[in-house]
Design a protein around this ligand. Sequence first.
Ligand code: CA
Length: 247
Amino acid sequence: MEPSSSCNRLRSGRHCEKPMSATILVVEDEPSIQALIEVNLRRAGHAVQLAADAETARRMVREALPDLVLLDWMLPGMSGADFARSLRSEARTRTLPIIMLTARAEERDKIEGLELGADDYVTKPFSPRELVARIKAVLRRHAPQATEDVVEHGGLRLDPVTHRISAGDADVALGPTEFRLLHFLMTHPERVHSRAQLLDQVWGDHVFVEERTVDVHIRRLRAALEAGGHDALVQTVRGSGYRFSAT
Ligand code: CA
């Protein structure tokens, strides 16, 4: 896989591989490896959070959901494997993308890692370029809102790079929160999201922001989409939350 820096907009046009900016929680106790990962992920455009043990990582996840967890297998205290298992056992973090990082290359460890719910597995020593590519592949599969791919649904087109939204020939002007909200909804269409889930995914905070904040921004989003008749794509599901539906 080519890194995003190989993207040639002039030549390859719409098939250009765009960079991404996801929030990645790195749980790794070895400072030199932590530093190597951090510099490479930042260079690839990601925001990086660092934790040296599972207990710290758990506190960070409780405050705000990252887009992906890069998790070392061997950690002091709770092991990476046990932490992955506990993330998978809770509804809030069940689908949080996890890549396990390990010095153990044996096939049975790899199988165990995938069985406990990791989305991918990278063995140390790894090439930073490969790590970045694997992260990108997992994000594309499991966290499309963290990619910078153009999304099109129901006559709306959203470009995360230029921050432009168009409805047919007309541009739609949105505030930054409404933009992130629409981006998340469009990358997860036809599914019902509760207010708490939207706060977690769009605001990155489900503890300190009130749920009715979501309703306020949904209202603003619909008002902005009304001119082109696209407000009906953002549906209220009574008692449950909101859904983007283009069908
Ligand atoms: Ca370790």
